[in-house]
Design a protein around this ligand. Structure first.
Ligand SMILES: *[C@@H]1O[C@H](CO)[C@@H](O)[C@H](O)[C@H]1NC(C)=O
Ligand SMILES: *[C@@H]1O[C@H](CO)[C@@H](O)[C@H](O)[C@H]1NC(C)=O
Ligand SMILES: *[C@@H]1O[C@H](CO)[C@@H](O)[C@H](O)[C@H]1NC(C)=O
Ligand SMILES: *[C@@H]1O[C@H](CO)[C@@H](O)[C@H](O)[C@H]1NC(C)=O
Ligand SMILES: *[C@@H]1O[C@H](CO)[C@@H](O)[C@H](O)[C@H]1NC(C)=O
Length: 371
């Protein structure tokens, strides 16, 4: 009897050891090029009803549209109303990536409050300004004890998002802890500064001392930067962009322009010899960290001798949104409680198929363990 009990206890201990050392929560992501959104497969409820959820990072909320999903379907799929402050909140078990969890979400469209032009089914990884009004997936997973900290990690495996279909895995989200395989050898996550006095911090925002260089020459910098998760293109102030074009012209690159106004697109004849844009970010203790935006991130090949410069130049010197291609060279993290952002250089020789297979093997293991 005693021996059996001990064996049982040992089993529990080794199981929890396994979970604490190996339970890396991962969600493979895809990209919807028409809607410009990061999506992932999820099934919810007792009937495993399938939805493609948008991974949202800005002013987000776990919210699902009943127009698309169907109110009846919400219920037949096994979502139940929860007694939170708002009566449109539901709860269900969601399966995503290699794990499942109880998720509270709100119903986006209600009969009383219809919006026929806008649909959403998103799960929120960003900052939640008001926990009463917004629901955050990372915070919920943290409260449920599935992750040790409410942190989201994200990286993209490939930068040519437009050449992938909705069946393709283009990147991965990890929750709580990073996937060590994605971190370049010798690199580490560096925690960035958050201004404690700034009441209104944008989601996933990071700070700079304003220094920025291109081909070793100073160009105008910004005090705040953020990542545009849904667009490959970066937005940049027209003046800064013109400084960059002048530097390129000086070095003999040929720039061609098509379109007009804010629809202007810029192309360069070759990427040979292009240097990175270097932005000095501020780390937690205000020391400098150089964020390197390589040519592979700010250009895309259209055809031989035609490479698009991935910038939208606008008159706005306040902020600079870096396009999501940066996620192919950095592994980025965000803490939904503290608002800190983190950067680690990404391992370059990832094999997405292998990454995917590992996730599949792991989830099979989880499923076989679940009785
Ligand atoms: C529907 O929602 C979108 C996005 O929030 C908003 O821009 C639009 O004005 C809304 N339309 C109506 C009719 O409320
Ligand atoms: C989503 O599910 C489909 C069908 O099961 C699968 O082929 C695809 O690889 C999945 N995509 C992602 C990103 O998980
Ligand atoms: C941004 O532009 C505004 C208006 O053109 C100007 O007043 C302000 O000084 C500029 N700020 C910086 C940091 O360049
Ligand atoms: C930028 O490119 C250089 C040269 O290819 C490479 O060594 C470096 O790791 C890249 N940096 C990032 C952040 O991708
Ligand atoms: C996944 O499991 C299969 C079958 O057990 C094995 O052959 C394969 O090597 C595993 N893949 C990885 C990446 O661990």
């Amino acid at each position: 009897m005693i021996i059996q009990k001990n064996t049982f206890a040992l089993l529990i201990i080794s199981a929890s050891l396994f979970f604490s050392t190996h339970a890396l929560l991962e969600i493979p992501v895809k990209f919807d090029i028409k809607e410009n959104s990061i999506l992932f497969n999820t099934t919810y409820g007792t009937d495993n009803c399938r939805i493609e959820a948008k991974a949202d990072f800005f002013y987000c909320n776990n919210e699902i549209d009943f127009i698309r999903t169907g109110l009846r379907k919400l219920q037949t799929c096994g979502a139940v109303r929860v007694g939170t402050t708002r009566k449109s909140d539901f709860e269900a078990n969601f399966q995503m990536g290699n794990f499942d969890a109880r998720v509270v979400f709100s119903q986006y469209n209600t009969i009383e409050n219809l919006n026929l032009t806008f649909f959403t089914q998103s799960l929120c990884f960003g900052k939640v300004t008001n926990d009463q009004e917004q629901l955050s997936l990372v915070k919920q997973l943290h409260q449920e004890g599935l992750i040790s900290q409410p942190r989201v990690y994200i990286t993209f495996f490939n930068r040519y998002l437009q050449s992938f279909t909705l069946n393709d895995i283009i990147g991965q989200i990890n929750l709580g802890e990073p996937n060590p395989e994605f971190i370049k050898k010798g690199s580490n996550f560096v925690k960035m500064y958050v201004d404690p006095d700034q009441k209104y911090v944008y989601d996933c925002q990071f700070y700079s001392n304003g220094e920025s260089t291109y081909f070793g020459q100073k160009i105008s910098g910004y005090k705040q930067y953020s990542i545009n998760f849904d667009q490959a293109i970066s937005s940049i102030d027209l003046d800064t962009f013109e400084q960059m074009l002048a530097i390129l012209n000086e070095r003999g690159y040929k720039i061609t322009v098509s379109g007009i106004g804010i629809f202007k697109e810029y192309f360069i004849n070759t990427i040979e010899g292009l240097e990175p844009i270097k932005i000095t970010l501020l780390t937690e203790d205000m020391s400098p960290y150089i964020l390197t935006i390589n040519a592979s991130v700010y250009t895309q090949k259209i055809e031989e001798g035609v490479h698009k410069l991935m910038f939208k130049a606008i008159r706005d010197n306040r902020s600079y949104q870096i396009g999501n291609q940066i996620l192919t060279s950095y592994y980025f993290a965000y803490d939904a409680n503290t608002q800190n952002t983190f950067f680690a250089e990404r391992a370059q020789d990832l094999n997405p198929y292998q990454v995917d297979q590992k996730a599949e093997n792991f989830s099979q293991y989880l499923r076989s363990k679940k009785i």
